[in-house]
Design a binder for this molecule. Structure first.
Ligand SMILES: Cc1ncc(COP(=O)(O)O)c(C=O)c1O
Length: 470
């Protein structure tokens, strides 16, 4: 084999070592280099090809790691058994692309997306630099199992001021997302607990609880939130609710039902409410509604929230405030668990909150989402009464109800054909029977740029053939 025949293109975007690796690999597969043959030494080949020895070293080590050649100490590099190599080539690994990673949608109205143009990258980077430094070596060690005290302190004062939540930092546990904290709470409440879940509701509660149907009771939601009268007739002992902005209908739990819900919890020793306040930072109309935890007099509310909406879903920081009797049990049972949130992220966030940037960021985001909401309501108003909006008082999603003859699944399919991703309310229903007569779409608007919103809504109305009906 004449190794000078290898054609390496120095101006190519493909690195030289990769070109050499491909040339040798192909030569082995085509049989141009025979099994057992010795490759030139790295130094010699580097001289022949007028490239650096590192280039040869990289190419050889890639071939070794893929089994095309073997390295024998002090002797050199030898071509491996061809049959095995042929097999390798005949069966290249099959890479199946997951649909969710394929971008078939040009517009995405999924709930759970945030505005990505307004993240304070500069300040976050500044605090990252300060935290990741030799003067802060302690950040390398495992911190408190419930999360760093400085962050829990920030969270407790933020919660008191903004949500009326009364707690000490000792009552707070941090976790890498609501989805990581919920199973811990379920284990803490024990096997006797029977869960009321909102119907329609947050899919996580379906996944976590609904598999065990004996232990779960779906409770219907209407435009005032979850139906407490139905809860009272059930055998549930723990009720999971999203009272500030019900997921996915957007309903706000009415004052009467809040009082009824707390009264229900007080009727028996083992009853609890899990209050998931996931997007309460963003309320656009009326006075802020205090949390259930803040008005609870008997330590029956487990308060849950997350930074997924207020900062970014990828941060993976959520927290729970446990009533005093439960935090005592938690410490007893779970003190051997290390915190699931990296301390570096915890400390960056603590600084971000302490310096007042979090409050500023929330104010800014509230204005941005409010503006997006105004654009949507204005655009949709032109389609009233064929399409109506509800659940728009808070958060980054709302509900569209269609006076359509077409079933919900057809609306979703039509939108998909036009490259628009929407979710129907049926996706969130946990009973066999769909409680809704009319098709409803859960419209997340957080991730769509304000300047594209009107066009995106018009495209959607076009795709759903609503325009024709006007
Ligand atoms: C009802 C509800 N709770 C919690 C969350 C956040 O979950 P996590 O903290 O796991 O990101 C979401 C996110 O979309 C949600 O819709």
């Amino acid at each position: 084999m004449d190794f000078l025949m290898f054609q390496l293109e120095k101006d190519s975007l493909i690195p030289l070592y990769e070109q050499l690796y491909t040339e040798i690999k192909n030569a082995i597969i085509n049989g141009r280099i025979e099994e057992g043959a010795k490759l030139p030494s790295k130094r010699k080949l580097a001289e022949y090809l007028a490239v650096s020895q590192t280039t040869i070293e990289f190419a050889y080590s890639q071939l070794v790691s893929e089994g095309f050649i073997s390295s024998e100490s002090r002797k050199g590099f030898f071509i491996q058994n061809l049959e095995e190599l042929a097999l390798l080539e005949q069966n290249p690994p099959l890479i199946v692309q997951d649909e969710s990673t394929t971008d078939i949608y040009s517009v995405d109205f999924s709930p759970g997306k945030i505005d990505m143009d307004s993240f304070p990258f500069t300040i976050w980077r500044k605090y990252s630099k300060e935290i990741i430094s030799e003067s802060n070596k302690d950040v390398l060690s495992l911190g408190h199992p419930q999360g760093d005290y400085v962050l829990r302190q920030q969270i407790s004062s933020y919660l008191y001021q903004s949500r009326g939540v009364k707690c000490t930092p000792e009552q707070i546990i941090l976790g890498s997302g609501t989805e990581q904290i919920m199973p811990l709470i379920i284990r803490l409440l024990g096997t006797e607990a029977i869960y009321g879940i909102e119907n329609p509701g947050y899919p996580l509660t379906h996944h976590l609880l609904f598999e065990d149907k004996e232990k779960t009771v779906p409770i219907l939601v209407d435009n005032e939130g979850v139906l407490i009268s139905q809860l009272e007739r059930s055998n549930a002992t723990v009720m999971y609710v999203t009272p500030s902005h019900q997921f996915p209908t957007g309903a706000v739990l009415s004052a009467t039902r809040r009082t009824q819900l707390l009264a229900w919890a007080y009727q028996s020793e083992n009853r609890y409410i899990i209050e998931d306040d996931y997007d309460s930072e963003f309320r656009y109309t009326g006075r802020p509604i205090p949390s259930l935890q803040g008005i609870d007099q008997n330590e029956r509310v487990i308060y849950l929230s997350t930074f997924s909406k207020s900062l970014m879903p990828s941060l993976r920081i959520a927290y729970a405030v446990l009533p005093k009797q439960l935090i005592a049990q938690y410490k007893q049972k779970y003190s051997y668990y290390a915190a699931t949130v990296p301390r570096i992220d915890q400390q960056i966030l603590a600084k971000f909150m302490e310096s007042g940037y979090f409050a500023k960021h929330l104010n800014k985001m509230r204005k941005i989402y409010k503006r997006k909401l105004e654009i949507i309501t204005k655009t949709i108003a032109a389609y009233d009464p064929l399409v109506t909006i509800s659940g728009e008082q808070a958060g980054m999603h709302l509900l569209l109800t269609f006076q359509s003859m077409k079933p919900e699944s057809e609306l979703i399919a039509r939108a998909k054909q036009a490259g628009i991703r929407i979710h129907g309310i049926q996706e969130y229903v946990s009973t066999k029977q769909n409680p809704f007569e009319k098709p409803k779409i859960v419209l997340g608007f957080g991730g769509i740029e304000a300047e594209n919103l009107e066009t995106s809504i018009e495209q959607l109305m076009d795709a759903l053939e609503i325009k024709k009906l006007l």
